[in-house]
Design a protein around this ligand. Structure first.
Ligand SMILES: NC(=O)c1ccc[n+]([C@@H]2O[C@H](COP(=O)([O-])OP(=O)(O)OC[C@H]3O[C@@H](n4cnc5c(N)ncnc54)[C@H](O)[C@@H]3O)[C@@H](O)[C@H]2O)c1
Length: 270
């Protein structure tokens, strides 16, 4: 028996990078996966691959900035599979890193998909998650930028807000929280994974300078390397699964040790 046999997972931003690795991992562990992405073509290709491997898969062209698009993607998933057990909020958008050059429009360009996009997905998925037979589970992809200062105020503030959102929703939608609110039998666990630097196209497809930066960053990590998408997917699968049945409101750095302390206290960096 695999951990997600018979369960349905909705993964946003699932066509590339970390989201793709999460979709592949959950499918390998038995989940039917809804591949929700703004890149409909790549979402379709991944769903096709997952189906060829024998799993249930549905691609949906979904922009998390658009409430109606989220609503209809969740409805399509419920119609196709008849249930929703897991939501993974993986979409996050970084951009201008200079605070003084971050105008209102740029701030919203990063914050809206990252924070409000997550809120939209949770609100639309909740009615289904609350009926998940073993309890619903939401895992949100934050960042070490939401735990400590690494620059990029707009991106980091949105990621930090996801921490508070996760903790508040964990209390509100735990079984006890639901009982106190008099709102019925279902419950949903909310947890957040905070990755450090992960080797995806946001680093590898932005030119030689950015690639060099990635290699430089790798040397700063206590474990001596940056993360791979599969490192994040493994943690997400754990938190989404029954193995984490008594874990909610948790903020889990998956970061090669970078938030454990300051590396320069221990060794000279090149
Ligand atoms: N790569 C890193 O170093 C790193 C570090 C920490 C956290 N993260 C977080 O991990 C998550 C995934 O990042 P990644 O590196 O895999 O990026 P990526 O660009 O490889 O993948 C992002 C995916 O989201 C999709 N997407 C973008 N905007 C969307 C929208 N509005 N609606 C629906 N889908 C949309 C893209 O099409 C793509 O498939 C993000 O939340 C990011 O902030 C990444």
């Amino acid at each position: 028996m695999r951990r997600f046999d018979g369960r349905v997972a909705f993964v946003t931003g699932a066509a590339h990078g970390i989201g793709r690795a999460i979709a592949v991992r959950l499918a390998a562990e038995g989940a039917a996966v809804v591949v929700a992405d703004i890149d409909g073509e790549a979402a379709g290709a991944l769903a096709h691959t997952l189906a060829e491997r024998g799993g249930g898969a549905l691609a949906t062209h979904c922009d998390v900035r658009d409430r109606e698009a989220v609503r209809s993607a969740v409805a399509a998933a419920a119609t196709r599979f008849g249930r929703l057990d897991v939501l993974v909020n993986n979409v996050g958008v970084a951009g201008e890193w200079d605070f003084e050059r971050t105008d209102d429009e740029e701030w919203a360009r990063q914050a809206d998909p990252t924070l409000q996009g997550t809120v939209r997905c949770v609100q639309e998925a909740l009615p289904h998650l609350l009926h998940a037979p073993g309890g619903g589970s939401v895992v949100t992809i934050g960042s070490v930028n939401g735990l400590s200062a690494f620059g990029g105020e707009a991106y980091s503030a949105a990621k930090a807000a996801l921490v508070s959102l996760t903790q508040n929703l964990a209390l509100r939608y735990g079984r006890r929280g639901r009982d106190l609110l008099g709102a019925g039998p279902g419950w949903v666990r909310f947890n957040l994974v905070a990755p450090g630097t992960v080797r995806t196209r946001v680093w590898t497809e932005q030119g030689a300078e950015r690639l060099a930066e990635l290699e430089k960053l790798a040397r700063q990590y206590p474990l001596g390397r940056v993360g791979e998408p599969e490192d994040i997917a493994a943690a997400v699968a754990f938190l989404a699964s029954g193995d984490a049945a008594w874990i909610t409101g948790a903020i889990l750095p998956v970061d090669g040790g970078i938030t454990a302390g300051h590396p320069t206290f221990f060794y000279d960096l090149p």
